[in-house]
Design a protein. Structure first.
Length: 115
């Protein structure tokens, strides 16, 4: 099963306004229930973070990290990942661990104790 994507500006704004935020050193994770059976994800990476190569690498790493956690995350949420400057040098393992910790803090994980 694949993630859906947030594409429209109003979808991002709805998550920012009505959702909750979880903050870490590298990213900010916003989430909001979308009342559907699937989850959707969107990325917001400012030009202040780095050049396009760095921004695209951050998106690829965090998209893959999120995909590896897909089975553990509850369905039915819109997620927005906002990268901070610290995300530039992040590895896949660091990104995965960070997303796992944020999802656990936000109670977005299903009841399986896989860790």
């Amino acid at each position: 099963m694949q993630w859906g994507r947030l594409r429209k500006n109003w979808e991002f704004k709805r998550v920012y306004r009505r959702g909750k935020a979880l903050v870490s050193t590298r990213i900010v994770l916003y989430f909001f229930p979308n009342r559907t059976a699937t989850s959707r994800v969107g990325f917001s990476i400012s030009k202040k973070v780095g050049k396009s190569v760095q921004r695209n690498r951050i998106k690829r790493i965090y998209r893959e990290a999120l995909a590896s956690l897909y089975a553990e995350i509850k369905p039915g949420y819109d997620l927005v990942i906002v990268a901070r400057k610290g995300a530039v040098g992040a590895t896949f393992e660091q990104a995965r661990e960070e997303l796992y910790m944020l999802c656990r803090r936000g109670k977005l994980l299903q009841r399986s104790n896989s860790r």
